[in-house]
Design a protein around this ligand. Sequence first.
Ligand code: FMN
Length: 173
Amino acid sequence: MDVFEAIKRRRSIRAFKNVDVPEEDVEKLIEAARWAPSAGNIQPWEFIIVRNPETKRKLAEAALNQSFIEEAPVVIVVCADYERSARGYGSRGATLYCIQDTAAAIQNIHLAAVAMGLGTCWVGAFREEPVKELLKIPDGVRPVAIIPVGCPAEQPKPRPRRPLSEIIHREVF
Ligand SMILES: Cc1cc2nc3c(=O)[nH]c(=O)nc-3n(C[C@H](O)[C@H](O)[C@H](O)COP(=O)(O)O)c2cc1C
């Protein structure tokens, strides 16, 4: 699939068919993620693949009861190792680059999923501490996104975007 087609076709999917996603497909998504750019090629990302129903239920609970998370056959929790980034770039690495790098990896997952006919949603609204505890995420690492992955059971309409004329600034802001 052409990259522009994948970009345009991607939607946040919040309903999933009761169909499994094979592990090799999940690894394909993470393969796409690891080719994202990162500051100094530090690659501060870590990926936790969750299939256990009870763990998914607790993730949904930590995400302010966004129950569609537990309905997906698989959930990828994407983490940023900010200590790794800090070793290269100090506080800018810890507070900015590690989040930017990880966000780029997350977007690659979403786009690869579209090309594979899978549905995903970027869930950022969750309480970090319960997620850290549940998934045994070590100090120095932050969970950044919860991504439920499955076969889409809905086809949402595109949500509006701000027009180019409003967001492009030429020469100065
Ligand atoms: C950083 C971030 C956090 C988000 N958090 C949530 C979330 O917690 N729950 C949710 O349902 N969607 C979440 N979304 C998805 C957005 O609501 C969605 O991308 C936006 O409404 C545009 O719709 P589209 O993705 O279908 O184009 C998040 C997206 C981003 C980038």
